[in-house]
Design a protein around this ligand. Sequence first.
Ligand code: SF4
Length: 458
Amino acid sequence: MQESPKSIYIKTFGCQMNVYDSDRMSGLLAHQGYALEKDIRKADVVLINTCSIRDKSEHKVLSLLGELKALKKTNPGKVLGITGCVGQRMGRTLLQKAPHLDIVMGPDAIDRVGNLVGTVLKKGERVLDVQFDADRKRTYSQPSIVYRAKPVEFLTIMKGCDHFCTYCIVPFTRGREKSRPIAEVIHDVKKFVAQGTKEITFLGQNINTYGKGTPENLSQLVEEADRVEGLERIRYITSHPRDLGEDLIAQFGSISKLCPSLHLPFQAGSDSVLKAMSRLYTRDEYLYKIERLRHYCPDISLSTDVIVGFPGETDKDFEETLKVLSQVEFGGAYLFKYSPRPGTRAFAYGEEVPEPVKEQRLLQAQRLVHEILDRQNKQMIGKTTQVLVEALDKKAKNYTGRNPHGKLVHVFNAGEACVGKTIVVEITEATGSNLRGYYVDAPRTQRQIQALSPSSFL
Ligand code: SF4
């Protein structure tokens, strides 16, 4: 009798990079005959793809271990695995701590996921794979990508980071920078476009140094992607202020498909905190990059990351952070309280800012960001903007998408037929987090719309 195919369930925590890694694991396992299962209770293999960027995200994973234990008790044959950054960071400790786990593996072991699952199923052995890949130029194995029919896609083009910001766990969980060749990335872009994708966001922890150690670089990739017929929009994330060179900045004024939006984390406004973080730039150097970006692309929408309560951060230091937030007027900001991560240099700094002070600084920064966003968004009322419609928001019961500046737009009168199309929307309502409006015209290309209404965009 033929054995029925094994089913697999993957739960993903954390960033887009993890979403992409989960897709790769699904793709590789599907290629080996595994069927995807949406119900964790029914799956033969359960993989939890984890994030360890903050203490809180790691705790979430650790508390899930209890639920996994109950699943194993009901079904001892179920294969349970922890993948991703918590797997990498805790490795053998995790395997010892949780005897019900069969697999612990890090992000660099993704290409080997099929073998690891196979070893558990065939030999009944528990496996650990937290080896970093030593070959800096190695590409991902194929077929590891699921080419879905989605208007907006994220594509990892490199992994790891060569910076060691003193608070960050990434270099310890994802290793050193390693880039995929342009030809391979463009191959994937074309495959996605053939499925109906219109917008691609290239992903990398330190994307501006894409191609380091090879003759290729990010500006060349952007130029090549710009030539892909059918692709309408290009974005990339995450940039590092030190590595964002003039060549990349200038492209915001010359590459038509490169969206006028950029995420550029500044983390702190005080030079002494930036130094303690080992961010390798000063506040003035950061502000100079903003000036250059606005020189080439005056309406660029900028977003950022900020950490409040870094060890040793004084009230005066924090004031400097608020000043940068006010001065730049970001179109979005991710604000976090400093979270000590074992193994990082900052973990040993001491001088912890008391929790209530961190909390109060976070609230103050959030209020400021919200005020700025609210003001920016309200200025859009009565104007039109182009929206690439992505999907139905089931809760709000209307279709949503983003404009070129990356703003989320709810479109009251769009239907299923609009999904995957760029439509013109008149904004009638705005909140600090999104814009809302009506689809006012038939879909046109970006250029036609700009010709009609050159000053109507944010
Ligand atoms: S550049 Fe980013 S990913 Fe790299 S160490 Fe610093 S914060 Fe972490």
